[in-house]
Design a protein around this ligand. Structure first.
Ligand SMILES: *Cc1c(COP(=O)(O)O)cnc(C)c1O
Length: 452
């Protein structure tokens, strides 16, 4: 290693060249076929500022996907940084069993207040997938404590994504993540998802199928889990809020918990702080992660209703929810989340985002008219469209080719299959919004031109 570094210095190679080779040898990158990095660039990121990431050569990239949907207020945000520095000098971590601390308490109280007190108990986890595991276990255990241990099945929707641990994969319906592990999984019932591209009929069909499943299996079903308003990893598949309200009614009628996985769509992404607000409903359990710390530190939260909490409240330890992760409720992560909530309040973020989203929508209009663009759609600050590609071989490599071309246009953009989406941080100014729209169009035209 030392030798390589000295060699690089002599040859005046950027340190990034060294990083890339060392990383390919030592780091097993997530969600990646490592062999693809023989040709696909691995970008050595040296620093971030606002919506931009800078590599070791000083080249910049607009983080148009918020670093996997986590970053809300830009990289190295001065206000989140300051809050974390203070917390760091006060308390870095303490176990949350038997102890408590201010950031965990304040965050739980403020999240509860954001649900009007309906979801008044916050259980902390580390990543999104761990929140899903918590919600599934909690639902099952709640019914068991209530004398209904037959309720042990779950329902998810087609195209759903709820994380990649074994339990979460059981309620995930994205073949590429799930198929290899199928023999290990406890598979959930899968109901057809609504899809705005297929119109109200898809919603009707979905509700009818869920109603029928509930009517036949209801006594065995603990919970239905869904991603409110947008199935993100499944390809930015959107539905109307009315669907959520109808599912809520079905769950009530059959004594089935509704788990809202707001890991991606929460924290203002869809235009309201929680996506469920748009349907005027609350779930029984709500999972939050990703943006909750502004993209700083891993943290997830499961918010639960009083009735669920009460089903565990007893003298008997075996009736308690004996689940934990070592870093549950980490004070630094909770502090980053509090600083994030502060920014929502002080900067009137939801209203400001409405204005920004309108500008981006307008700026994307020329792209929407491209003959190979299908189904340009929007929900809050999520924009997506499908590329119409006739040759199947081109469709297969579209995402990688788009990613590489976008890099040359100074953008970090990773399509899902042939679905291109933008999920930028909330801090873009007008010129960055225009740049994003214009360069997405240029990238698309470039990739499609090579395709013919
Ligand atoms: C990302 C995501 C998860 C999993 O979160 P991780 O932190 O990656 O484990 C679960 N559900 C949804 C909807 C997600 O988008």
């Amino acid at each position: 290693m030392q030798g390589t570094r000295h060699l690089n210095q002599r040859l005046k190679l950027s340190p990034g060249t060294d990083w890339v080779e060392r990383s390919k040898r030592a780091v097993w990158h997530p969600c990646t076929q490592m062999k693809h990095h023989e040709s696909l660039p691995l970008i050595p990121i040296a620093r971030g500022a606002g919506a931009w990431l800078y590599d070791t050569d000083g080249k910049r990239y607009l983080d148009a996907v918020s670093s996997w949907w986590v970053n809300l207020f830009g990289h190295a945000n001065p206000r989140i940084n300051a809050a974390l520095k203070t917390q760091l000098d006060t308390l870095e971590h303490v176990m949350l069993a038997g102890c408590t601390h201010e950031p965990a308490i304040e965050l739980a109280e403020r999240l509860s207040a954001l649900t009007g007190g309906v979801l008044g108990h916050a259980f902390y986890g580390s990543d999104g997938a761990s929140a899903v595991e918590v919600a599934l276990k909690m639902s099952f255990h709640c019914w068991r404590n209530s004398g209904k241990s037959d309720k042990r099945e779950f329902v998810c929707l087609t195209g759903s994504y709820h994380g990649e641990t074994i339990g979460a994969l059981g309620v995930t319906d994205v073949a590429i993540f799930r198929d290899a592990y199928d023999p290990l999984l406890q598979r959930a019932h899968t109901g057809p998802a609504p899809d705005s591209r297929r119109g109200p009929e898809a919603t009707e069909a979905s509700l009818a199928a869920i109603a029928e499943l509930f009517a036949t299996r209801g006594a065995h079903i603990a919970a239905l889990i869904l991603e409110p308003l947008v199935q993100c990893a499944g390809g930015m598949v959107m539905h109307e809020p009315a669907f959520l309200a109808a599912v809520r009614r079905l769950c009530d009628a059959h004594e089935i918990h509704l788990i809202a996985d707001e890991i991606a769509v929460g924290c203002g992404r869809t235009g309201t702080f929680f996506a469920c607000e748009q349907a005027g409903i609350w779930p029984d359990l709500l999972c939050l992660s990703k943006g909750i710390t502004g993209g700083y530190l891993p943290l997830s939260v499961v918010l639960s209703r009083e009735q669920i909490f009460a089903a565990f409240y007893d003298d008997d330890s075996a009736r308690a929810f004996l689940h934990s992760h070592s870093y549950t409720g980490n004070p630094l992560a909770c502090r980053a989340a509090l600083a994030t909530l502060d920014l929502f309040e002080s900067d009137d973020v939801l209203n400001a985002n409405r204005v920004k989203a309108t500008r981006l929508r307008t700026a994307l209009e020329p792209l929407a008219k491209h003959p190979a663009v299908r189904h340009m759609r929007q929900c809050g600050t999520i924009f997506a469209f499908d590329a119409k590609i006739s040759r199947p071989e081109s469709a297969k490599t579209f995402s990688r080719r788009f990613f590489e071309t976008a890099l040359r246009h100074e953008m970090l953009l990773r399509p899902i299959g042939t679905t291109v989406y933008l999920m930028p941080p909330y801090v873009l100014d007008d010129s960055e919004i225009d740049l994003l729209a214009w360069r997405t169009r240029a990238t698309f035209e470039h990739v499609m031109a090579l395709d013919l």
